[in-house]
Design a protein around this ligand. Structure first.
Ligand code: ZN
Ligand code: ZN
Length: 245
C-alpha cells in the first residue's frame, strides 16, 4: 500500500518484527466525526489504496464502517488516492512521517517540488515565523549572515534572541496548559491555551500549523463548555489553513 514510492519496505529480519511492521503499515486509525482517534482497525480492501500528499479521496469512519469519499472529480481510469498522514505539513515533515510510519519516500506531485520556490514558501508559512511588522503577511527565511530571519516580503529582520525568548515562553505555557487540561482543570486550561495562542500569534505566521492546532484545542474546549459563539469563531479561524492545501 504505497504510491509514488521510490524506495520501499522495511528491512525487518525476524518474522515477529515483520508482522508488527505489516500491521503498522496496513492498519487504519478509526476516528470519530471530530477526528478523535478511537482505535485501530484492519480493512483489507482499503489497505490497497495508495497514498498521495495531494489525495483525491479521504477515508472517513461511521462507527466502525470505513468509507472512501471522493474530494474532487476523479477522471475515469484514474487511481483513487488517499493520504496516510496529516496533509497540513511541510514536505520535509510529511516525508519524515511517511518514512517513519510507512517506510517509503513519497514522490507525489507535492513532494517532487521539494526545495523549489513554492515548496520553500509553503514550509515557511506552515512551520515558520511571522514578520515583525504585524501588517505584513510575508514569510521569514533563515539568514545565516545576520543570525536571524528576514522577511521575504518587506525585508525586515527578526533576531534569533527575540524568537528564542518567545519560543521558550510558548513551550512552558503549552506544557502547563496540557497538564491542566488532562487534569480536568478546564477553566485554567482555557486561560492558558488563550495565552499560548497569543504567544504563537507573536511568533508564527498566521497560517502556521502550531497556531491552528492550538485553535483546534480551544475549539474543542469551547464546544465542551457549550460556548457555541466563541467555538464558531475558532472554527472559522482553523478553516483557511485547510483550504490553502
Ligand atoms: Zn507526497
Ligand atoms: Zn514583512
Amino acid at each position: 500500500m504505497e504510491s509514488y514510492a521510490s524506495s520501499s519496505s522495511s528491512d525487518s529480519t525476524s518474522t515477529g518484527e515483520m508482522e508488527v511492521d505489516k500491521l503498522a503499515c496496513n492498519a487504519h486509525t478509526i476516528c470519530d466525526s471530530e477526528l478523535i482517534p478511537l482505535g485501530t482497525g484492519l480493512y483489507p480492501v482499503i489497505s490497497i489504496i495508495n497514498h498521495s500528499c495531494y489525495p483525491n479521496s479521504v477515508l472517513v469512519f461511521e462507527g466502525r464502517m470505513a468509507t472512501i469519499r471522493a474530494i474532487q472529480q476523479i477522471p475515469k481510469g484514474s487511481e483513487v488516492l488517499i493520504s496516510y498522514i496529516e496533509t497540513a505539513g511541510s514536505t520535509m515533515t510529511r516525508q519524515k512521517a511517511l518514512k517513519e510510519q510507512y517506510f517509503f519516500t513519497c514522490s507525489c506531485p507535492r513532494c517532487i517540488k521539494l526545495g523549489q520556490d513554492d515548496d520553500i514558501k509553503e514550509s515557511a508559512v506552515l512551520e515558520g515565523y511571522r514578520c515583525k511588522n504585524h501588517t505584513c503577511d510575508g514569510f521569514l527565511l533563515r539568514d545565516t549572515e545576520i543570525k536571524g530571519f528576514r522577511c521575504h516580503q518587506c525585508g525586515l529582520v527578526r533576531g534569533m534572541e527575540e524568537i528564542l525568548k518567545i519560543a521558550g515562553e510558548e513551550k512552558d505555557m503549552s506544557e502547563k496548559a496540557s497538564v491542566a487540561l488532562s487534569s480536568g482543570y478546564n477553566n485554567e486550561a482555557l486561560d492558558m491555551y488563550l495565552k499560548v495562542e497569543k504567544l504563537q500569534m507573536k511568533l508564527y505566521h498566521s497560517s502556521s500549523i502550531k497556531l491552528m492546532r492550538t485553535r483546534e484545542t480551544l475549539l474543542r474546549m469551547l464546544m465542551e463548555m457549550q460556548d457555541w459563539k466563541k467555538a464558531l469563531t475558532y472554527c472559522r479561524l482553523t478553516i483557511p489553513v485547510y483550504e490553502s492545501k
